[in-house]
Write a protein that binds this ligand. Structure first.
Ligand code: NI
Length: 251
């Protein structure tokens, strides 16, 4: 059974010199499904050109919380046009980041909420980035009634359960392989297994044993193994569950 990277940025500059090899290593490691996440319309268009026989790519586009001060109304309309297109599977990553953006919380909330409302209108799910902003994130998701994935989940297990109740999937990144990573593993144990996904968020958040180097989709196997071990599950059984979750997410 194959692995899945539910969140990667292989359209990033970090992969411009050796993308073919990165894709080969995905096949070698049975990572044959992945979602490419774009924060800019050009990245999105480029992402659509990335193809490899044997790998099933999904595509997502959204205005990242760190970019909300840079986008004009015209830009927003350009994003919305592409989000509507058949090639765009999800809206995201969108959300709130109060760690890097302390001074523009209102603007972040406004752009996040507009994208959630739009996603509902066009009947697509959202990929959510939330850092140091869990309550506001929750409130907007609840108010707008969207469903989707909490990407690179880093909040408490209690809140994870609340997001699950809203209909969200919880996606765990390579940080769960770090030595001091208690919380993500607690989260893994406390949510229903049918709401769990894994991801790399590459080129960032590289799991052990490659921590400190550039991340890539094939490294999702280290996150998968760590979680399998934590849950005391058979690895094939876990991969089967991941595939079920991922396909149900898109239904
Ligand atoms: Ni990301």
């Amino acid at each position: 059974m194959n692995w899945i990277d539910s969140h990667c940025h292989i359209n990033d500059e970090a992969f411009k010199d050796d993308l073919d090899e990165v894709l080969d290593r995905m096949l070698e490691n049975d990572v044959t499904k992945a979602m490419i996440i774009s924060s800019f319309t050009d990245d999105f268009k480029y992402g659509l050109t990335i193809k490899k026989e044997g790998i099933d790519f999904k595509h997502s586009l959204g205005i990242y919380p760190g970019d909300v001060d840079k986008v004009s109304e015209e830009d927003i309309q350009r994003y919305f046009e592409l989000m509507k297109s058949a090639e765009c599977d999800c809206v995201g990553e969108i959300g709130l980041d109060y760690y890097y953006g302390k001074d523009n919380k209102e603007r972040q909330k406004e752009i996040f909420e507009r994208q959630c409302i739009f996603a509902r209108e066009i009947n697509k799910k959202v990929i959510v980035h939330s850092r140091d902003a869990v309550q506001d994130t929750y409130d907007i998701l609840k108010k707008t009634g969207v469903k989707g994935i909490m990407h690179c989940y880093s909040d408490s297990k209690e809140m994870a359960k609340e997001f699950v109740k809203l209909g969200f999937y919880i996606s765990i990144s390579g940080t769960c392989t770090f030595k001091n990573a208690k919380e993500p593993l607690e989260v893994v144990k406390s949510i229903p297994i049918d709401r769990l996904l894994i991801e790399t968020d590459c080129p960032y958040l590289t799991p052990v044993p490659y921590r400190g180097k550039r991340n890539e989709p094939s490294y999702v196997i280290y996150t998968g193994r760590k979680i399998t071990e934590t849950l005391g599950m058979d690895i094939e059984e876990f991969k089967e569950q991941l595939n079920k979750n991922y396909s149900e997410f898109f239904n």
